[in-house]
Structures are given as structure tokens and as C-alpha cells.
Design a binder for this molecule. Structure first.
Ligand SMILES: [Zn+2]
Length: 309
């Protein structure tokens, strides 16, 4: 459900902030829509500014997230247009994550110096990608790239060969060899190569610092630089790289942080984007009777704002 908050200031001016959901689990993303602002707002969560994209006239959309290591409790989301400030609490729940023991060939857990150098180089290049925040390409809701059941969920704590501990950063989705894997949304191909851990790997840049990652593919069907549409085939299910059977490892990075792909797919981004076109009336029947935690600071005059800086 959407939550709509209208900040009615003493002046005949207000902007609307909509956050969904206000209640999340560690690793989940959320969407913020700010409308009727005179200036592009700043949206801040966890001390960091969130990238904004236009969703119509005087409408801005942002995606935030609570990383897996977030301390459970209320986390402040601050929105300001330089004149008015609003602070809401997003409730972050601890959540439950499974644990799993795995036995893998020794050379895939304890790496040779050459393999380690290769894996390090690949990880470094991927981190370089996550840091690039391009304009939004995604449109509307994200879809799941493959319809199979989940063999390993997001955030699962894994113990490999009883020694090496890791956290599963994505979803392992079961699928037969050769099953088409679909682009979760419109995005630009920024990696298409055979990596040490991931095997045949495709990475899509959806803009706003949001990337989707597809691993272990039998083969890819895209090339670096091309823009693929949502639902287009990016490759086929395989078992390349560090994999014990045919499946898709699907992961999502937002602000260089792994987020729960299921929670991204569940975000009503199509409706959020439409707010800018339909205005607040789209939401009128969705405003809940109980208002969520909300605190506001007194409206600042422009002069006060300057003094505080
Ligand atoms: Zn996996």
C-alpha cells in the first residue's frame, strides 16, 4: 500500500512525499515520490543522498535501501526542497535468513594465486560499475528473469567446505539448461563475459545506480553497449563458473549494495511513476486512516535557510 503524506505548511505551499513501503526488512529497497515541489528536492536516507529521476512535472522519484547490516529499528528518511523539510521513520526489521553448508571442489574455494588474481580483478571491475550512476532507463515494475523455484534465497549465510563463510547476495533460481533468462527491466549491457565465480555473466545498468546481474549462463545473447528492453532474452540457463547444477544466480545492486530481488520486483514502480502524471488524486483512495510516524521541522524562510548553511 502507498502511504501519502501531505506537508501543509503555514504558507500556501506544500509538497507531497509518498514512501512505499514504510516497513521493510534488511536488504529491501523502497521507493520515494516527491511531487508538487518548486525545486528538485534532496532525499536522504542513512546519511546518503539518493539519486533522483523525473516522474513528470514537479515530480521526482528515488529508490533507497536498507543494507543487510542495517541496525533494526526506525531509520530516518529526510526530504527537503530547501524551503520545507520532512523527516519520516522507515521501520527496518531484522528478518530471518537461512543458513546452508556447501561442499565444492577445493579449487573453487581455495584459489590458486592466478585464479585469485583473476577473481579479484573481476570483483574490482564490478565495484567500479556499481559506482556509476547513470540516468534512469528502467520503466515501471521489475519482473523476475526466470520463473523457477528458489533453491537458495537472498541473504542466506553459507559455509563452504566447513571453512569459508559468505552471504548469498542474490537468488538462485532453478531452471533447465537452455531456458531463456529475461531482462528484469530496460537496461544497458555493461558486462558480458566469462567470470571466475559467475561463469557467463551479464550485467545490466538500469540507471540511478541500479544494476541487475545474471550468472552461470550457458551462453549470453547480448553484447556490451546495447540497450535491452524489459522481458528480452539476455541469455540461457547453464551451470558455468562456480556452480553445482543448472540455475540462474540473479542479483540486484543498488548504490553498490546487494538488495533482495523479490522485494524489488514487489515495488509498485509503475504506479509510483504514474503519480507524476495523475497527481495526488491517484492516491486519494489509498491514504490510510492511521498516519505513520512523522516529524517535521518548522518551515524555514529562505533567509533562515541561508543562515543555517
Ligand atoms: Zn547463487
Amino acid at each position: 500500500m502507498f502511504i501519502a503524506l501531505v506537508y501543509a505548511a503555514a504558507q500556501a505551499y506544500a509538497f507531497t512525499v509518498v514512501v512505499h513501503p514504510l516497513d521493510i526488512t534488511r536488504g529491501d529497497p523502497f521507493v520515494v515520490v516527491v511531487s508538487n515541489t518548486t525545486e528538485p528536492p534532496s532525499v536522504e536516507f542513512g546519511g546518503a543522498g539518493l539519486p533522483l529521476s523525473s516522474c513528470g512535472e514537479a515530480c521526482y522519484i528515488a529508490l533507497g535501501l536498507a543494507p543487510l547490516d542495517t541496525k533494526p529499528g526506525g531509520s530516518p528518511l529526510k526530504v527537503s526542497d530547501g524551503l520545507l523539510n520532512v523527516s519520516l521513520a522507515i521501520q527496518v526489521h531484522e528478518g530471518e535468513f537461512a543458513s546452508q553448508s556447501l561442499t565444492l571442489p577445493k579449487d573453487k574455494v581455495t584459489l590458486s594465486p592466478e585464479d585469485e588474481a583473476r577473481a579479484d580483478d573481476e570483483a574490482l571491475r564490478m565495484r567500479g560499475l556499481w559506482a556509476i550512476v547513470n540516468p534512469r532507463l528502467w520503466e515501471g515494475d521489475f519482473i523476475m528473469p526466470l520463473g523457477g523455484s528458489i533453491s537458495t534465497g537472498f541473504g542466506t549465510v553459507r559455509l563452504m567446505n566447513e571453512t569459508k563463510r559468505s552471504i548469498h547476495s542474490g537468488l538462485d533460481i532453478r531452471g533447465g539448461y537452455g531456458t531463456p533468462i529475461l531482462a528484469a527491466n530496460t537496461g544497458k549491457v555493461v558486462m558480458d563475459e566469462d567470470t571466475f565465480f559467475g561463469g557467463n555473466t551479464v550485467i545490466l545498468d538500469h540507471g540511478m545506480g541500479l544494476y541487475t546481474v545474471y550468472l552461470h549462463m550457458q551462453e549470453s545473447r547480448v553484447i556490451v553497449g546495447e540497450v535491452v528492453a524489459k522481458g528480452e532474452t539476455v541469455g540461457f540457463v547453464g551451470s558455468t563458473g562456480r556452480s553445482t547444477g543448472p540455475h540462474l544466480h540473479y542479483s540486484v545492486k543498488l548504490a553498490a549494495t546487494s538488495i533482495n530481488p523479490h522485494a524489488l520486483t514487489a515495488l509498485p514502480l509503475g504506479r509510483a511513476q504514474a503519480m507524476g502524471l495523475g497527481g495526488a488524486s491517484v492516491l486519494e483512495d489509498k491514504i490510510p486512516s492511521s498516519t505513520p510516524p512523522l516529524s517535521t521541522t518548522p518551515p524555514l524562510t529562505k533567509q533562515q535557510q541561508v543562515q543555517r548553511q
